[in-house]
Design a protein around this ligand. Structure first.
Ligand code: SNW
Length: 286
């Protein structure tokens, strides 16, 4: 008798306990969620929403199935996994609006070979750098443009808001700039003859060179503006966590593996390799 009673009591207690657990679990997913459930201040806890580009191959681009991929995409997914987030949602944006969309909270992060500059730091915060390369002017083989100087008197495309635009405005004052929303539109204009050249990132230039039989007329170092992941200025917890993940990905050779996968044959920068693999050679040459 006693046993039966106590076992009934036990069952009732277990049911009550389960109910309490369920209630607590429920409370955990309401809007007034405690910060410890969302330590990185994400728009939706457990998911990182990323503003990116669909046509900056091989940095960030969409494949035949419409999935985002590329060096920056895979590196970011790896780093996000290290801070415990496996659900990363990429969305294509125009570059010109990308940093503002991160700053005003439409996205958690911006990932698109975005060079870190003081000017951009007025809008967003950046993680540490993870890529440092060149800005390249691509042109048809028969354009007669074979140097930066040859761009004088010519029409050149730039994507609005890029460092290429800023460089050209400052240094290529005799070149007529034509602003485009994205690389695909600018390369179409090169191929149709509407512009004589397009100015974009080195690896993306390489991809278009291979695809359309173009050449690079000039490769201009942009080592002083290495690419970083952009986060809203107030979200220091996310930035700090990403920095730790990034450092781990560099130290364990993940960064190097992805670099070799996406940029085969390109000069290997030393500063992002595991410490034991770094040599004295400081900067890559194209
Ligand atoms: O400053 C370079 C950096 O050194 C590396 O080569 C990757 O590209 C850069 O960050 C420059 N990227 C451009 C920018 O930040 C264009 C970005 C884009 O078209 N996705 O404006």
């Amino acid at each position: 008798m006693m046993r039966r009673t106590s076992s009934r009591l036990g069952a009732a207690a277990a049911a009550l306990f389960a109910l309490l657990l369920a209630l607590t679990g429920c409370a955990g997913s309401t809007a007034s969620e405690p910060a410890e459930d969302n330590p990185y201040g994400l728009i939706e806890p457990g998911t990182i929403r990323v503003a990116s580009l669909g046509d900056a191959k091989p940095y960030t681009f969409t494949d035949a199935d419409g999935e985002f991929t590329g060096f920056d995409v895979e590196l970011f997914e790896d780093v996000a996994g290290r801070i415990g987030i496996d659900d990363v949602v990429f969305t294509g944006q125009d570059f010109a609006g990308l940093l503002a969309a991160v700053a005003n909270g439409q996205f958690d992060v911006g990932v698109a070979a975005i060079g870190i500059t003081d000017e951009r730091k007025q809008t967003v915060d950046f993680t540490d750098g993870y890529l440092a390369g060149y800005l390249s002017a691509v042109t048809p083989k028969d354009s007669g443009i074979t140097s930066e100087e040859d761009l004088a008197g010519r029409r050149m495309g730039v994507v609005q808001g890029t460092l290429q635009e800023a460089y050209a405005v400052k240094n290529l004052t005799d070149t007529e700039l034509v602003r485009f929303p994205d690389n695909n539109a600018a390369i179409s204009a090169v191929n149709s003859g509407a512009v004589d050249a397009h100015f974009l990132d080195y690896e993306a230039a390489k991809a278009y060179i291979d695809q359309y039989d173009l050449v690079s007329a000039a490769d201009i170092p942009s080592f002083d503006a290495p690419a970083g992941f952009a986060v809203a200025p107030e979200n220091t917890a996310l930035r700090d966590a990403l920095n730790e993940g990034l450092a781990e990905a560099m130290e364990d050779g993940t960064w190097k593996r992805l670099y070799e996968k996406w940029f085969p044959g390109s000069p290997m920068p030393q500063q992002y390799l595991p410490e034991t693999e770094q040599t004295a050679a400081a900067e890559p040459t194209p």
